[in-house]
Design a protein around this ligand. Structure first.
Ligand code: SF4
Length: 386
């Protein structure tokens, strides 16, 4: 099999892992990934899709009749360097199916990262997936050569592991997550005293949860993510909508609505960066409303707090206004030192007037009649299915 054929198979096989990327796929194997505060193009591939496990939801499971391929360490190194030199990519995301056993798989992935960093002096970004069940020593090594590591938590409950991924034990996920968090936090502390200390995954750790393969509510998912952020200090939890690729009676027959993923990200951001509590986001419901974003819904439920006067509001009040983000709130506070802001000025600094107008006062005027943000038609599941 040629290198190009392997690339085609193993980049397509990697697309269901969203724990590194957030954005469109480009030129078959290049994705955009959030690394160090900016989005960069990365080569996103599996080392192998020849898995010895049989997870119900996975295209690469051993019982599927698909084309299999496995890169050698040198092939991944060569491919990464070639694409980097041609300015196609700025980094590598490497995951893998489990070949032989978890330790062997992890070792091969570490060899790739080590060779790139130590021998080839690769200056780009490397994200390594931690293989469930890999030894602690290997987890440590992975973090030494990778800028970021991740391990996919996938599910909220132990039953889901027993039912859907019987070869993986929940402890084989939790233990590396725990070890990796401790090593990362030790590194962060140590670096304050010794700036040249050996790194451990300096850009932190991320994970992925599959949404819709099991029946947890949005609230349960967000509570679980909140725990991951607080206890394990994760940089990011990615929500991966379940895709019905295998005809398996243990799983739903239909893929999850992509809008649900989007709403979960919105709720996640509001809680982490906008100081909303989980209770405020969910009120008395278990699921997010697909018809309206959670920030606008919260504002509509609290008419007593609006409209807010743009020329006097504090930062914490500004960021509660739909259509005003963290950056535009900071700019409003900065710019109003020099004069009163009008609608044009707000638009120029990035405020979405379409969403904000109903909730603000500008130069003493309100715009409450323009309810342009309200969806006219209800979203229906049938519409999506067709
Ligand atoms: S171990 Fe990973 S690659 Fe293998 S079947 Fe399970 S999810 Fe798929």
């Amino acid at each position: 099999m040629t290198l190009e054929e392997k690339l085609s198979i193993l980049s397509a096989a990697a697309k269901y892992d969203v724990s590194c990327s957030f954005g469109e796929r480009r030129k078959n194997f290049v994705y955009y990934s959030a690394a160090n505060g900016k989005y960069i193009p990365i080569l996103k591939i599996l080392l192998s899709n020849a898995c010895i496990y049989d997870c119900a939801y996975c295209i690469n499971r051993k019982s599927n009749n698909i084309r299999r391929a496995t890169f050698t360490v040198d092939e991944v190194v060569k491919l990464t360097l070639d694409l980097y030199k041609r300015n196609y990519i700025e980094g590598l995301f490497l995951s893998s199916a489990i070949i032989r056993d978890p330790n062997y798989t992890m070792e091969q992935m570490i060899k790739v990262a080590k060779k790139l960093k130590e021998e080839e002096k690769f200056p780009g970004y490397i994200h390594l997936k931690i293989i469930p069940g890999a030894d602690e020593k290997l987890i440590e090594k992975a973090g030494m050569f990778a800028d970021r590591v991740s391990i996919n938590v996938e599910f909220l409950k132990k039953e889901a592991f027993f039912n859907l991924t019987p070869e993986k034990k929940p402890e084989e996920i939790q233990r590396p997550l725990h070890i990796s968090s401790i090593k990362y936090l030790q590194y962060v502390e140590e670096k304050k005293r010794h700036p040249h200390v050996n790194p451990y995954s300096p850009l932190g750790q991320t994970t992925q949860i599959i949404v819709g393969a099991t029946n947890e509510s949005d609230k349960k998912i967000i509570e679980f993510s909140n725990k991951l952020y607080k206890v394990y200090k994760l940089k990011r939890v990615y929500y991966s909508g379940y895709v019905a690729i295998n005809n398996d009676e243990r799983l739903p027959q239909k893929s999850e609505n992509p809008l649900r993923e989007h709403r979960l990200y919105q709720a996640d951001f509001l809680i982490r960066f906008y100081n909303y509590s989980i209770e405020e986001i969910f009120d008395n419901s278990e699921n997010l409303d697909l018809n309206i974003d959670p920030k606008t819904l919260w504002a509509l439920k609290h008419p007593e707090l609006f409209p807010i006067d743009i020329s006097r509001a504090k930062f914490d009040e500004l960021i509660r206004i739909p259509g005003i983000g963290l950056k535009s709130a900071r700019k409003i506070i900065e710019l109003r030192k020099y004069g009163t802001l009008n609608l044009d000025a707000l638009e120029k600094i990035g405020v979405s007037l379409k969403r904000a107008k109903d909730f603000i006062t500008v130069k003493g005027k309100t715009f409450k009649d323009l309810k342009t943000y309200m969806p006219l038609f209800e979203f229906s599941q049938n519409e999506y299915d067709s």
